[in-house]
Each structure stands twice: as C-alpha cells, then as structure tokens.
Design a protein around this ligand. Structure first.
Ligand SMILES: Nc1ncnc2c1ncn2[C@@H]1O[C@H](COP(=O)(O)OP(=O)(O)OP(=O)(O)O)[C@@H](O)[C@H]1O
Length: 253
C-alpha cells in the first residue's frame, strides 16, 4: 500500500474578474503518493497551474482542504505557509526567477542554506547537481545574465531541489529548453525520483510526461482520467509510449 503524501478534500478554486466568477477547480479529491512522479496534463486553461499552486500552498483554495500527510495546511496563515513550503517543498517554474545579482552557485546555495546550515556539504551537493546537468565549474561563478536560456533554466531546477524537498513541484520545467537541455533536466528528475524524490509536474510535453509513473488529466476543473505507467527505468519504452498515447487520445488531447 502506497503512502499518501498529499491529498485534497473537495478542493475548489475560483477567480473573479470583471465582476464575473470563474470556477477553475471544482471539488477535487486527489491523492498524491509518496515517491511518485505524478504528472498533471490537460488542455491550456484547464487549471493545471492553479492546481499546482493550490497543492503546494502557494495559493489558497476557495473551498475545500489540503492535507500534507496528516497535517491540514488549509488554515495556515501566510507566515506558517511560507515556513511549510521552505521545509517541505521545492519549486521549478517555467520562468527561472534567478536573482541577477547572485552567481549561479549562490543562487542555488541560497535555497539550500535556508534550511541546512552545513555549508560545506551543501556546497558539495550543489556542485554535484550542477555538474550533472552540464553546468561545469566555469559556469558556477557566472551571473544569470551570462547564461543561455537553457543553462539558466537548468540552474533554476537545481535551486529547486537543493534543499532536498519532500515534494518537488514543477511547472513546465523544460518549457524553455531545447531538446538536449530538456533531456538532461528530465534525466536528473528521473534519477531523483528513482531515489524516492516525490515530484508533481505540469507539462504539455508528452516526452517529459513519459518519465512519470502516474498521469492525471484535468478537464473543466476536474480530474477526468488517470494513467498508470509504472516507474520509468529506461526499458519497455515502446509499451509505455503506446499506453500514454492511447490514454491521451482517449482524453481528447
Ligand atoms: N490570478 C488569476 N486571476 C484570474 N484568473 C486566473 C488567475 N489565474 C488563473 N486564472 C484563470 O484560470 C484558468 C486556468 O489557468 P491555469 O494557468 O491554471 O491553466 P493551465 O491549465 O495551467 O494553462 P496553460 O496550459 O495555458 O499554462 C485560466 O482561464 C486563467 O485565465
């Protein structure tokens, strides 16, 4: 029996603009399992990013509850939520949000040192991770403006995982990358997941989605289907690809 790391009870999120209400998420009951590489897919505007923000405590739901393990985080105020996120969550966004005044290494270290004071081991771990996605010693002292778009995004991915979060939330992490850079990021995420890192990733990219073991499909604010692929280990690729393709076809992708 898999452990549930995150679950929602009747989660709803609405926005109002121009005097009109838009109900983006509708009564979602979702269970996310510890150690899974969960993928959220769906058409543009279906609410994927809204769901990711609600699940991670970045944004408050309009109605419903969110549990992280047994902890109900729904009622937390902004300060408590910020502490919760710092301790438990890592984030990678479509835009890299790196700080231009800090070097590559310092951008990544700043996230790690917020929760772990052992500078020496964090520095070693950060350098290892950076090297794994092709950011070598030459790049560590560069500033974000001196990086290519792909390099900057890879740096942002490392910053997201350097504090060894219980869950990594990723919103289109390969969206701005070419296929070689995107592949190196997906290889890193796969490797982390194989080491039991829980990941929830929103993506439009089928190639990236194939790395997940559970795909949730969002339509009209509700999960309308799920596909279980089993863990990615680089084998049975044809079988996995066909299974995902046929699921997405069924969902009207
Ligand atoms: N802060 C906000 N205020 C008002 N409406 C919002 C807000 N954030 C999102 N929305 C609306 O909610 C809907 C879902 O947006 P969301 O970004 O979650 O979709 P998505 O599935 O991630 O889309 P995409 O694949 O295009 O990134 C959209 O219609 C969007 O306009």
């Amino acid at each position: 029996m898999e452990n549930i790391i995150l679950r929602t009870k009747q989660l709803s999120k609405s926005f109002s603009s121009g005097g009109k209400q838009q109900h983006v998420l509708k009564n979602l009951n979702i269970e996310i399992y510890d150690g899974d590489f969960t993928i959220i897919m769906g058409a543009s505007g279906s609410g994927k990013t809204t769901l990711l923000y609600a699940l991670s405590g970045m944004d408050k739901p309009t109605l419903g509850e969110i549990y992280f393990g047994d902890e109900n985080i729904t009622g937390y105020g902004q300060d408590k939520l910020a502490l919760f996120r710092r301790k438990n969550c890592g984030f990678v966004f479509q835009q890299n949000y790196l700080l231009d005044s800090m070097s590559v290494l310092d951008n990544c270290l700043s996230a790690g040192l917020l929760i772990n004071k052992d500078r020496k081991s964090i520095v070693r771990y950060t350098k290892e991770l950076l090297a794994k996605v092709g950011l070598t010693e030459v790049d560590w002292n560069k500033f974000p403006t001196q990086l290519s778009g792909g390099e900057a995004q890879r740096c942002a991915v490392i910053r997201g995982i350097v504090n060894q979060p219980k869950i990594l939330f990723a919103d289109e992490p390969t969206g701005a990358l070419n296929s070689v850079s995107g592949n190196s990021v997906m290889n890193l995420l796969t490797e982390l997941n194989q080491k039991k890192q829980s990941i929830i990733m929103v993506t439009h990219d089928i190639k990236s989605a194939r790395r997940g073991n559970r795909i949730l499909y969002l339509r009209d604010g509700a999960i309308c289907g799920e596909c279980n692929l089993g863990k990615y280990d680089g084998t049975k690729n044809t079988e996995r690809n066909e299974k995902l393709d046929s699921f997405l076809k069924e969902m009207g992708w």
